[in-house]
Write a protein that binds this ligand. Structure first.
Ligand code: SF4
Length: 351
């Protein structure tokens, strides 16, 4: 009887995950055009050919873009430079004029826009207008938030904005555990905001944004997974994602590494030392798929370059297409194909 109950709840979880992916996928396909599909296929084929030839060829333009609404953040998470206020790059807010100019340039080939890199997007006062602008140009939009700003006004705006996916970071199911990683966070506020969004979305009979609850599994919160799953089910969030945590100095271990190594990017290798679970290969689809931009328009290779140490170009005075085909990008991709361990940010990356 017990095992039947467990099997049935697993089946329900799988069913709701498939349903959510289906709804998200349908929305994504609705925004696709022939031009975007051809662009994607060109990127894919040039990615494979580049590995074969050991030479970077890029035939398309970015199909995804992450852009940072702001570097400001209300929390102080220990593995995040926004939280630690440890950036060497300037901090600030993405301006609408720059954002709209970029969107106008990329709307023909961009299939997914993630309005997030570092910081808390809802702190940018023009954030919702930006989402709305991208949506009106036929681009699928998503964002990530710590959900401290989901009051009545923001929830109404979110529902009107056209946002398709909202990822909420919540890494504990009690305040005591939650604030160990989300330092300065208020779990009750997060949960109230989520509850409000789910209920208002239901009242508005809308399917979007899809709400994804993201939980970074650490040594401090792994014992709460069971309670978390029950809570997520009760809250009717659309998807629960259990994520592994990136740790900067993992070689000597960390309290953040969970004991269940299924949720860890690292494995012990003896004598108190740790290594990446997966040996990095000299390839990276992300370098062919899309770009990441900081609030002030610096294009960087990917979201691991949090402090913008590899600037490929500046959107303030160049188009994304020109930056994408620049010599800086070429050299970065070339190094990646030759020996990725020579690039510092790529060494601790599981891509
Ligand atoms: S860190 Fe390097 S390997 Fe990882 S996603 Fe970025 S470019 Fe690719």
């Amino acid at each position: 009887m017990v095992s039947f109950g467990v099997a049935s709840s697993r089946l329900n979880a799988v069913f709701s995950e498939v349903k959510n992916k289906w709804i998200t996928g349908l929305a994504f396909f609705r925004y696709l055009t022939l031009q975007k599909v051809i662009n994607y296929l060109l990127l894919r084929s040039s990615f494979h050919l580049s590995q074969l030839l050991q030479k970077p060829l890029v035939w398309g333009k970015p199909t995804t873009l992450s852009i940072e609404p702001t570097t400001s953040c209300n929390l102080r998470c220990p593995e995040c430079p926004s939280g630690l206020r440890s950036f060497t790059r300037p901090t600030g807010m993405l301006q609408e004029q720059l954002f709209e100019r970029v969107i106008d340039q990329v709307k023909g080939h961009l299939s997914w826009l993630h309005l997030y890199f570092q910081g808390e997007p809802f702190l940018n006062p023009r954030f919702m207008e930006m989402v709305n602008y991208a949506d009106s140009k036929g681009i699928f939009t998503s964002t990530s938030t710590n959900a401290h700003y989901l009051g009545e006004k923001q929830v109404t705006e979110v529902l009107k904005s056209g946002l398709k996916q909202l990822i909420v970071s919540m890494d504990g199911i009690t305040q005591e555990v939650y604030e160990q990683y989300r330092v300065g966070g208020n779990l009750e506020k997060v949960q109230e905001g989520l509850k409000l969004l789910v209920s208002e979305r239901g009242k508005a009979k809308q399917n979007f944004p899809r709400i994804v609850l993201q939980f970074l599994v650490t040594g401090q919160n792994e014992h709460q997974l069971h309670a978390l799953k029950s809570w997520a089910k009760e809250m009717e969030v659309d998807e629960l994602q259990l994520k592994t945590t990136q740790i900067y100095d993992f070689e000597s271990g960390s309290d953040l590494i969970p004991s269940d190594l299924g949720y860890s990017r690292y494995i012990p290798v003896g004598q108190g030392k740790w290594a990446l679970k997966k040996k990095p290969e000299n390839k990276c689809w992300r370098m062919w798929q899309g770009a990441v931009a900081t609030w002030d328009g610096k294009v960087v290779p990917c979201c691991f370059d949090k402090d913008a140490s590899h600037v490929m170009g500046e959107l303030k005075n160049q188009s994304l297409a020109a930056i994408w085909g620049s010599i800086s990008y070429f050299n970065f991709r070339k190094q990646l194909l030759a020996d990725r361990t020579q690039i510092e940010i790529c060494r601790n990356c599981t891509e």
